[in-house]
Write a protein that binds this ligand. Structure first.
Ligand code: ADP
Ligand code: MG
Length: 398
């Protein structure tokens, strides 16, 4: 129970309240039906548990999905966890339309009819054993957010009142009880078909086909099978299909497969299939369009990136060219430096050679000088007397 949080009570049934709940693990909105089992026998309790276990295995878009049941021993309660149907039940819608003096459009009746028929097909042909609904009536057919019918509230009321079919105080007046039930014969899938006929009749007229102030006269009316005709705004086809489903003798009543093959039914089933197919194709088409848009956007993105890359490549090429030019220049300079270096070395060599020659000549000269002895002083012929004489006139030093 800790796995769920109660959002609020949304309805009261004959056996307990219905609450909207949220499953904490994935935030899924569901409902639970709360049943007091304090007054139930052990067998009745067991019946409910095993029935829910079977119902959990029924999966169909037109059947209210059962998920789990929780037994609260302390408070003597059973909680049956089911799919939430946001459109409520058809019983309530009938009341609203009746008040507003409006009728269901005929095609909506056919739609509900075929959807409940498909649900019954799944139940009556269930692999692990036939499942009978036992309580088809407007208040047990629910609607989802798109006005799709879902058969719900399977046989629980029957299990709780098996002993007494006419327990009005507990299960309400059994307006939809089939003639064979009244005869106390075994309930079989044909009894579900009878109830389906009653359900359609009520959709068209807003009243159950048989009503009476006491159960004895109700039973008599049901066994006679005589009903007032449905409003003439509806087609003869609809009227005759309803009458077929409400044939008093169960053997003359069609089973699900036979109903499906009635021309007005099969045509509508095919029409619905085509519509669904069309919707699927349209959806695929729009999905494809969306994918195409995404691909186009990606393509544009790639093109833009390509452009940026191209520009970068150009920039890089320019840079590379510049670098190459610089390299060339550097290479030239290097060559010039090399040539200069060579020239310098050559000059150095020449200088060295000259130096050597010069040194050699110096050496030679000095050797020659040594060989020749001291170099005679150059002869200077001074006329000393002349010199003195010239000076004697004006100088008496001597
Ligand atoms: P009853 O015992 O008369 O069949 P229920 O217990 O089935 O009544 O339902 C009581 C109220 O709760 C009704 O108004 C019904 O519309 C609503 N209800 C029951 N089951 C669901 C569901 N699965 N989703 C939404 N509303 C529901
Ligand atoms: Mg109900």
């Amino acid at each position: 129970m800790d796995d769920y949080e109660v959002l609020g009570v949304i309805g009261k049934g004959n056996f307990g309240s219905i609450s909207k709940i949220i499953r904490k693990s994935d935030n899924k909105i569901l409902v639970w039906k709360e049943l007091d089992y304090g007054l139930l026998s052990e067998k009745e309790k067991q019946n409910i548990v095993s029935e829910v276990n079977i119902l959990k295995e029924l999966h169909h878009p037109n059947i209210v999905q059962y998920y789990d049941r929780i037994i609260d021993k302390k408070n003597k309660k059973i909680f049956i966890i089911m799919e939430y149907c946001e459109g409520g039940d058809i019983g309530k819608i009938i009341k609203k339309l009746k008040k507003a003096n409006e009728y269901f459009p005929e095609e909506l009746i056919w739609k509900f009819f075929i959807q409940v028929l498909m649900a019954l097909k799944t139940c009556h042909n269930h692999k692990e054993g036939k499942i009978l609904h036992r309580d088809i009536k407007p208040s047990n057919v629910f609607l989802d957010g798109e006005n799709n019918a879902k058969l719900g509230d399977f046989g629980l009321s029957r299990m709780l009142s098996e002993e007494n079919n006419f327990a009005v105080s507990r299960v309400g007046t059994p307006y939809y009880m089939s003639p064979e039930q009244i005869e106390d014969l075994k309930y079989n899938e044909k009894s579900d078909i009878w109830s389906l006929g009653c359900f359609l009749y009520e959709l068209a007229t807003f009243n159950p086909p048989f009503t009476a102030s006491n159960q004895l006269s109700l039973a008599l009316k049901i066994k006679s099978g005589k009903v007032e005709s449905i409003p003439n705004i509806y087609s003869q086809e609809l009227s005759s299909v309803i009458m077929c489903l409400m044939r008093v003798n169960p053997e003359n009543r069609p089973n699900v497969e036979e109903i499906i093959n009635y021309p007005p039914v099969i045509i509508r089933i095919r029409e619905r299939k085509l519509k669904e197919h069309y919707i699927k194709i349209k959806k695929k088409e729009s999905d494809l369009e969306k994918k195409e848009q995404i691909i186009n956007l990606k393509e544009e993105e790639i093109k833009n990136k390509e452009k940026i890359l191209e520009e970068r490549e150009k920039e890089n090429n320019l840079k590379e060219e510049k670098l190459e030019n610089k390299e060339l220049e550097l290479h030239k300079r290097e060559m010039i430096i090399e040539i200069r270096e060579k020239e310098l070395i050559e000059k150095e060599d020449n200088l060295k050679k000259k130096m050597k020659l010069y040194n050699n000549s110096i050496e030679k000269t000095s050797k020659n000088i040594q060989k020749q002895g001291p170099i005679p002083l150059p002869q200077i012929n001074y006329d000393l007397n002349k010199k003195i004489n010239t000076n004697s006139n004006n100088n008496n030093l001597y």
